[in-house]
Write a new protein. Structure first.
Length: 106
């Protein structure tokens, strides 16, 4: 993680909304650079992006993040199981393997 990402994370940790333009001005970088930094941070932290003219970012509560992640996992597994019901006999072991790998990995 580079110094700018660390600094952005520190700004977000107070829980307030930060405009994209504010970050661009603060670090003297382009919008694309800020978006890339936020994409990187979003892999590790629950950052909500707001789009549009006055877009920006907010670091969400970790408990909310964990709950949303758990719910998303359940939805994905349920979807895979639904797909499994429509598969041919040859496809069943493959889909079962994907489900197993996903459950064990995530």
């Amino acid at each position: 993680m580079n110094d700018r990402c660390i600094a952005i994370l520190k700004l977000l940790q107070n829980g307030t909304f930060i405009k994209r333009q504010t970050l661009m001005d603060e670090f003297c970088v382009s919008e694309r650079t800020i978006r890339r930094d936020i994409e990187f941070l979003a892999y590790h932290y629950n950052i909500q992006s707001f789009y549009g003219r006055y877009g920006g970012y907010k670091l969400l509560d970790m408990d909310d993040y964990k709950e949303k992640k758990k719910e998303n996992k359940r939805i994905k597994v349920d979807t895979l199981k639904e797909i499994l019901r429509t598969c041919s006999k040859e496809q069943v072991p493959i889909i079962e393997s994907i489900i197993s790998d996903y459950i064990n990995k995530v």
